[in-house]
Design a protein around this ligand. Structure first.
Ligand code: FES
Ligand code: MG
Length: 561
């Protein structure tokens, strides 16, 4: 047995009759467990990303208590352990810089601890993919319980959800919200713990965990801390004991079919573009190919079924009342592979069959839904490795205009509202140097603001092109994740002010209309200075581009010899 294989079966050490087992039991007795309990198997780790520095995940302590109940009811013993937790609003320069670090923490703790299986507790955007990536690589049976969306608040007599923060910040920027409004709003935006309460990245990733079979069917949209949410946590605790008995390795859940289900679910929900990067990373950990061409085809043919904020009008709770993710899977019909596994060891056809059609403004029938509107993959001479846009988030389907180029966020902030900036409503705003290595960490800064002069004149959307990501709660016609990024010499680095850029969403193209010979003479500029030590150096040397999930090269699955 290799060291890693020994680590993978180290939960059994609690039952060992020799010195190893004696020491394992003796140390656990010190935590108050009795003789019978410490001999009881299986031993389940509860991998929590609870942290007061991660407000979206701050309800996970209560969830862990319920998971532990379920584990005990099924005859197991649950041991909670912490890892790094990543908060979208708090981690600077960007939580994405640390996603792979968290996934390594998760993998190594699962692999090296004396546990037979694990329940993953995640919520805020990066915590869910980091846990899935780590658990897949660690190899022990794993089930996930996500934090659930936080309550919707009320401001000026209307429901206030997190996606409204972007237009409200613009209102403030344009001087339309005074100091009193601003302070009042600060207390209204988040009135409880839990993840962002629209189909942003966190909820999209929770739905993916469900579709891939890591979370219980129907569980990802339960409101944080609700009876249904805590009840699902108890069931997940019982389910992991069963999964350990079945020896269900997490890698078996990540198949070409389950990945197609996941991509189609993102599109059917109108979910976050960030999910595509995380899915590439998850696929890479499992050694399954994904790739932009398949994503392009699935996205192009999937109906946008959900009518939920930010791309629709209804609330997440409305979609959950209509049956949640299993109901969306049902409406996808033949486009969804119903034979794939769920966390309970059943297949998705069982979960789908449980949902009866419900009349709901939050969930359209497939034949009444726009197709290919949620996400579109683009490629062309400006993005040979692909780029992504969320058509439903903006108004432009075909645009062509003069580039106005910004090199990094500081340059953008300095000049975007400059009255002398040579820009009009047909210009294409380009923000570069903010990709995986350029920023570094491919931050969510792609939501380039409309120049104040144009915004005041009533311009609400413009074509924007960037190698950054964008918050799943933001809107606008923004072409994101341009690959390869400018910092590694991608064509985006060659764009000059005044060049013509053309984007055609229907045909999936993005072109820089400058002759090849002229481009060949242009200088892409020097890459940013590499960090000289620490995690930054590791990141810089090993991080991959978005088409490979921005994972580290050495963390992807190694093919069997
Ligand atoms: Fe944490 Fe949105 S900021 S889920
Ligand atoms: Mg986000």
């Amino acid at each position: 047995m290799s060291q890693r294989e020994i680590a993978r079966s180290n939960g059994s050490l609690f039952a060992d009759d020799g010195a190893d087992g004696f020491l394992h039991r003796a140390f656990l007795r010190g935590e108050g467990f009795n003789h019978e309990a410490v001999r009881r198997r299986p031993v389940i780790g509860i991998c929590t990303s609870w942290s007061e520095l991660s407000p979206c995940n701050a309800g996970l302590r209560d969830v862990a208590v319920e998971v532990k109940k379920g584990i005990a009811q099924a005859g197991g013993i649950g041991l909670e352990f912490p890892t790094i937790s990543l908060s979208e609003p708090f981690i600077r320069p960007t939580s994405m810089l640390l996603r792979n670090l968290m996934s390594m923490d998760v993998e190594e703790m699962i692999a090296s601890s004396p546990i037979d299986g694990v329940v993953l507790l995640g919520g805020c955007d990066k915590t869910v993919p980091a846990q899935l990536m780590g658990a897949i690589s660690a190899g022990k049976p794993a089930i996930m319980v996500t934090a659930g969306p936080r309550p919707v608040s009320c401001w000026r007599d209307a429901a206030l959800t997190i996606d409204e923060v972007w237009p409200l910040i613009d209102e403030r920027r344009l001087g339309r919200l005074d100091d009193d409004d601003w302070v009042e709003l600060e207390g209204k935006l988040n009135v409880g713990v839990g993840t962002c309460n629209v189909l942003g990245t966190a909820v999209t990733m929770a739905a993916i965990a469900e579709v891939l079979g890591f979370a219980l069917p129907g569980s990802s949209l339960h409101a944080a801390g609700s009876d249904e949410h805590l009840g699902a946590a108890v069931r997940a605790g019982a389910a992991i004991v069963d999964a350990v008995g079945r020896g269900a390795a997490p890698v078996s859940l990540v198949t070409e079919e389950s990945l197609e289900n996941a991509v189609r679910m993102v599109c059917a929900l109108g979910g976050s573009t960030n999910a595509l990067i995380h899915l590439e990373a998850i696929a890479g950990r499992a050694g399954v190919g994904l790739g932009i061409e398949r994503i392009r085809e699935w996205a192009r043919t999937t109906p946008l079924l959900a009518n939920v904020r930010p791309s629709g009008s209804q609330l997440l709770s409305d979609l959950q009342s209509a049956g949640g993710v299993p109901a969306v899977a049902r409406e996808l019909g033949e486009l969804f592979h119903a034979g794939t596994a769920t966390a309970e060891g059943l297949s998705w056809d069982v979960a789908r069959a449980r949902t009866a059609p419900v009349e709901s403004a939050a969930l359209r029938a497939a034949d009444a839904s726009p197709v290919g509107e949620a996400i579109a993959v683009l490629s062309g001479n400006l993005a040979p490795g692909g780029a992504v846009v969320k058509p439903v988030a903006g108004g432009l389907r075909h645009a062509r205009g003069r580039a106005v180029v910004f090199d990094g966020v500081a340059d953008l902030n300095r000049r975007i509202d400059d009255e002398g900036l040579d820009v009009d409503a047909d210009s294409v705003l380009v923000l570069r140097g903010v990709g995986t290595r350029g920023a570094p960490g491919i931050p969510e800064v792609g939501h380039i603001p409309i120049p104040a002069r144009l915004a005041r004149a009533g311009v609400v959307d413009m074509l924007r092109v960037t190698d950054a990501r964008m918050s799943g709660t933001a809107t606008g016609t923004v072409v994101l994740h341009v690959t390869p990024e400018a910092a590694v010499g991608g064509p985006l680095a060659l764009v000059r002010d005044g060049d013509i850029i053309e984007v055609d969403i229907e045909h999936g193209t993005i072109e820089l209309l400058v002759p090849e010979v002229e481009l060949a003479e242009r200088d892409p500029g020097a890459p940013p200075d590499a960090p000289r030590r620490g995690y930054g150096l590791l990141y810089d040397r090993h991080v991959l581009q978005p088409d490979q999930g921005c994972d580290f090269d050495f963390l992807r699955a190694v093919p069997d010899e």
